[in-house]
Design a protein. Structure first.
Length: 593
């Protein structure tokens, strides 16, 4: 007996696994498509009515429940409402999640739109900050893309690549449930590409992993048995088909495993065992099993009858197989094998009329299969082209978005730069204005101080002039009254007048000297008084003249005294200043003040 074609078995395996585990990383137990959302989830939605993250989370729980139950159409209204939320429109994670949900829901309805949405979700995921939540979303996106590549275009390398990406993401997350799903999908991919040894290694690792102990292992055991059967390791195949049969939770799954078990003896040449096994379960399989399982079992039974020479039974069984498969092209691969076997029996019996009738039917089936194969290849090429177009369009949109973002950033930075420049120029102008104002204010204050000094100088001069005038008028009156006086009184008045004149001269001279000297050395008197508080004003003025390097003769002339008077004054000053040593120079000492 020829093994059932892998292309045919792929539909069985996909029905068993892909639909049930690719989309939702939570619970993959099959449920009735008419499942109603539990009251607890509806109450959660009702409780969180505000347009915020809590309501978005409530929607995701409802949608995940419906995906888990394979009720994708029922999930669409909830996806619509979630997508139209203002909160979701401003959140990159939920935007990508909505694209994933819609793409996954359309996987079997509109493959082109599904692929576009899933690829957009992938691009949005790649732009996100990596968190546990976003990484779980990334795994779900790549799992769905892997299923899409296989289911819609049989693009196995791309399917493997997506599955591997999901596995790589989960390396850091260590989500056991998701690891179980991804590794199971990887094993299924090996089977689809006839890599049975890799499939055996993958599924044995799954069954040996203690972290997966609580997960449903029917698919792993069934696929492991299938891989061993194709490797002709029949004893091992039997062990795992029996394990799958024991773990089956639905009658369909149970009958699939049973169907594999009862046909295994055929490959060992144990034909009587095959006949006994199939005949004892045939009625149950035909009544409750699916067409693929029933048709395959009937074909094996017919082929076994042929082997043992029960040709009438073989013809009846194979015709029953053809009748069960019907006129649809879905099961042409079973009909092709049954017709080939019937043609061989007709040849043995020399029933040439029947032989040609069967050949006509077989040619029709082969034509359909070849046509479907050609159509499939064309569709695959078309899908590949469409996928490339979608990816190119998305790349173009992404590049345009980046260009827009770059332009936006350039404009924003330009505006900021102009504003900063304006602010800097304004600050410079304000600072310059402040400097000018401070300079003007300082100049104004200086002019005010100078004016005040002039005023004080004027007042001082006026007062001094008034005092001088009074003294001179007094002297004038005394000199006028000298005509009637004797010589002694005249000499006395003259002497007193001369003394007053000298006092006026000295007073004006001292005041003018102090004023101009303090303009040059404003701290000199204060510094000397600090160290020598006993110094008189005259002694201070003498110190000032010495500091100006005036000689004894000039000092005598300025003070209107004799040279000896200056020497005496210098001697007394040295004593007050503590300069007792003759070698101490008075000028050098005063230079320090």
């Amino acid at each position: 007996m020829r093994p059932i074609p892998a292309t045919a078995n792929s539909y069985i395996l996909m029905a068993l696994m892909v639909l049930s585990c690719l989309f939702c990383p939570f619970d993959t137990t099959a449920q009735n498509p008419n499942s109603i959302v539990p009251d607890s989830l509806m109450q959660l939605l009702h409780k969180n009515r505000d347009d915020n993250e809590k309501r978005a989370e409530a929607f995701t729980k409802v949608i995940d429940f419906l995906f888990d139950a394979r009720c994708y159409e029922q999930a669409i209204p909830y996806i619509d409402e979630l997508e139209n939320s203002d909160f979701v429109g401003q959140d990159a994670y939920y935007t990508a999640l909505c694209d994933f949900y819609r793409g996954a829901a359309l996987l079997f309805e509109n493959s082109k739109e599904s692929f576009r949405l899933l690829k957009r979700a992938e691009q949005e995921y790649l732009m996100m900050k990596k968190t546990r939540k976003s990484e779980i979303l990334g795994m779900r996106i790549y799992s769905a893309l892997g299923s899409h590549y296989f289911e819609n275009s049989k693009m196995l390398p791309e399917s493997f690549e997506c599955t591997q990406k999901a596995l790589d993401i989960n390396t850091s997350l260590k989500d056991d449930k998701m690891s179980f799903i991804i590794e199971s999908n990887l094993g299924l991919g090996y089977i689809m590409s006839d890599r049975y040894e890799d499939a055996v290694a993958a599924y044995k690792a799954i069954l040996a992993n203690p972290k997966y102990a609580t997960f449903r292992k029917y698919i792993s055991n069934f696929n492991l048995g299938y891989a061993y059967k194709n490797l002709q390791v029949l004893d091992s195949a039997k062990v795992y088909f029996e394990a799958a049969y024991q773990m089956a939770t639905s009658e369909q799954d149970s009958l699939r495993a049973l169907g594999e078990l009862i046909v295994l003896p055929y490959f060992k040449g144990e034909y009587e065992g095959v006949i006994d096994g199939i005949e004892s379960h045939l009625e149950e399989i035909i009544r409750n099993g699916d067409v693929k399982t029933s048709g395959s079992v009937l074909y094996v039974l017919g082929a076994t009858y042929h082997r043992v020479g029960r040709l009438d039974d073989a013809v009846a069984t194979l015709e029953h197989c053809l009748e069960l498969c019907g006129s649809e092209s879905t099961y042409d691969w079973i009909k092709q094998m049954a017709l080939e076997k019937l043609k061989g029996i007709a040849t043995i019996r020399k029933e040439y009329q029947k032989f040609w009738e069967i050949q006509i039917l077989l040619d029709s089936v082969n034509d359909r299969l070849q046509k479907e194969e050609r159509i499939g290849k064309l569709q695959q090429l078309q899908l590949r082209h469409e996928y490339e177009e979608i990816e190119a369009q998305m790349k173009f949109e992404r590049d345009m978005e980046r260009i827009k973002e770059t332009r936006k950033n350039v404009v924003t930075f330009s505006i900021i730069a102009v504003l900063l420049l304006a602010i800097i120029l304004t600050l410079i102008m304000l600072n310059r204005k402040n400097i000018i104002l401070k300079a003007k204010q300082a100049e104004k204050e200086m002019l005010a101080d100078e004016l005040e000094g002039k005023k004080q100088e004027l007042v001082s001069k006026l007062l001094s002039q008034t005092k001088t005038n009074d003294t001179l008028n007094d002297i004038k009156e005394q000199l006028t009254s000298m005509e009637d006086m004797d010589e002694d009184e005249k000499r006395d008045i003259t002497a007193r007048s001369i003394k007053k004149i000298n006092e006026v001269i000295n007073a004006n001279s001292d005041k003018n000297f102090d004023y101009y000297f303090l303009q040059v050395q404003p701290k000199f008197y204060d510094n000397l008084r600090k160290d020598f508080p006993d110094l008189t004003l005259g002694e201070l003025r003498l110190c000032a003249l010495i500091k100006l390097n005036m000689n004894t003769k000039d000092i005598a002339s300025i003070n209107n005294i004799t040279i000896n008077g200056v020497k005496v004054a210098r001697y007394r000053l040295r004593k007050k200043l503590g300069l007792n040593d003759a070698s101490d120079n008075l000028s050098d000492f005063l230079a320090n003040y």
